[in-house]
Design a protein around this ligand. Structure first.
Ligand code: ADP
Length: 473
């Protein structure tokens, strides 16, 4: 589609600049071609004239040999008369410049004997050419050549036909250049507009997209050209933005929902204390509950901050060489009482010593979340195992395997979203931030958290980390 531009805006457009380039390149190429052709024509025509003059000189030297200087003098007059006295002239002179015979010279009176060229000729002993102007406008080609030992012929031809040809050539050149510039500007503008039509469509679509109208997409032509690629990439970007915007909205809803319950609880407790509390102990109990709820809330807010900062690459992690085996063992030790309490068989077997480049506190947090979940969602009498192994030479895999309820395949990716909790887990305490935090931390370490789960049979959460081939320090 064609857009109307204001003049200063028009000069800034790619269309205008490309058209200018196109016209410039086209015109310069045409100009170079014309100039080359012009010089070729000039040198060819001059070559022919020079040849003609040299032939005259050899004719004169033959006559001097046969009939002497008188014969040559006669030939000068006859030849000039025959060809036209304005077209050609002949002068016979001695090397010192003294003229002893010539054709009729009234038209050629401006052409004097050039002593400097004569000296050159005497040195070269062959011939010398010169170009002069007669009658202000007319160009003439002049030859100085020896026709006998001490006799020089100065002869000149008017370059009349050549001048006419070259003038006509210049006229054609001017007209052709005007046409070429006009044509290249028009065709350039047309081609560029046609090529950039897709960009206009993308611009229009971008203008139509507002926060609430993210559904719009640029039509893809399927031609697989650059603009089709651009449209495709633009649409992919819109898909991503749409997903992000809806996840931000969803997250906002979730945050509001998850913060509402504890705040309502705190308010309820305070209200009850105000209405019913009579002793110091009542107020103490309410204060203790409030602190507990606030700690929970602060914990959630801090976790959310860690996740978003880590995702934004501003984690402030302190990476160092970490003995992962020790870290796993120490974390497992902390969970033994919990497992005993829940009557779950808990084993932790890490045979080798593995080193990773990690922020130990964050890594502990990610790993603990996985073990905590396994113990939390596995029923009494179940089993939880922790294993670690080096996979394909590059990654360290820490697996937390449980014999719990497993996870419905529909939710297996969603459980990594912030605040997502499966319906069946609502009775267990939790915030829905444990797995997103674990995955964000793992990804910030160059690894990931993956899940394999069969509902009814249990789950395997695998924390992968790039393996570090450190030696013990
Ligand atoms: P939280 O445990 O605080 O609810 P998480 O982000 O750690 O939050 O886990 C999200 C959800 O994934 C849980 O609510 C639960 O539904 C599910 N889940 C996590 N770990 C397991 C597990 N080992 N077995 C079964 N379900 C699990």
């Amino acid at each position: 589609m064609y857009y109307g531009y204001r003049m200063p805006d028009l000069f800034r457009t790619i269309s205008f600049r490309l058209t200018l380039w196109y016209t410039g390149i086209f015109s310069i190429s045409a100009c170079v071609a014309f100039v080359l052709f012009y010089y070729l024509a000039v040198s060819t025509l001059q070559g022919q004239t020079d040849q003609e003059l040299l032939e005259k000189a050899s004719q004169f030297s033959a006559v001097v040999q046969q009939d002497g200087l008188r014969g040559a003098s006669n030939l000068a007059v006859i030849e000039a008369q025959a060809a036209g006295e304005k077209l050609i002239f002949f002068r016979l002179l001695y090397p010192n410049g003294e003229v002893f015979a010539s054709s009729h010279m009234s038209y050629w009176k401006d052409i004097k004997v050039n002593q400097h060229l004569l000296d050159q000729l005497v040195k070269k002993k062959s011939h010398v050419f010169d170009t002069r102007t007669v009658d202000r406008t007319q160009k003439a080609r002049i030859l100085y050549a020896f026709v006998a030992r001490n006799v020089i012929l100065q002869t000149g031809i008017a370059m009349d036909a050549q001048s006419r040809f070259l003038n006509a050539f210049k006229l054609v050149f001017g007209v052709a250049m005007a046409f070429i510039i006009g044509f290249s500007a028009l065709s350039g503008w047309f081609l560029v507009r046609k090529a950039l039509l897709g960009v206009d469509t993308i611009t229009r679509t971008a203008k139509q997209i507002t926060g609430s109208n993210l559904q719009k997409r640029v039509p893809e032509t399927g031609s697989k050209d650059e603009l089709d690629h651009l449209a495709n990439t633009f649409n992919q970007m819109l898909d991503r933005i749409q997903t992000l915007v809806s996840s931000v909205r969803e997250m906002g809803d979730n945050i509001a929902h998850d913060l509402k319950s504890p705040v309502t609880r705190i308010r309820g407790m305070a209200e009850m204390a105000m209405i019913q509390g009579s002793t110091m102990d009542d107020f103490h109990a309410v204060a203790a509950d409030t602190i507990e709820e606030c700690d929970r809330l602060l914990g959630m807010i801090n976790t959310m901050l860690v996740i978003s900062r880590t995702e934004a690459g501003e984690s402030g992690f302190h990476f160092q060489q970490v003995d992962a085996t020790r870290m796993i063992q120490q974390a497992c030790d902390l969970f033994i009482p919990v497992a005993e309490d829940r009557q779950i068989r808990f084993t932790c077997s890490v045979a080798h010593t593995f080193y990773v480049n990690a922020d130990i506190k964050m890594l502990q947090r990610a790993f603990s979340n996985l073990v905590d979940n396994a113990l939390k969602y596995t029923d009494k009498g179940g089993q939880v195992m922790v294993q670690a192994r080096q996979k394909s030479g590059e990654n360290l895999e820490i697996q937390v395997i449980d014999s719990g309820p497993g996870i419905d395949p529909r939710f297996q990716e969603r459980i990594f979203e912030r605040f997502f909790r499966a319906e069946s887990s609502r009775n267990s305490p939790g915030t829905g931030l444990g797995l997103p935090l674990a995955r964000t931390i793992a990804q910030a370490h160059g690894g990931d958290v993956r899940l394999k789960s069969t509902p009814g049979r249990g789950s395997v959460f695998t924390l992968t980390l790039p393996y570090c081939n450190f030696q013990v320090i």
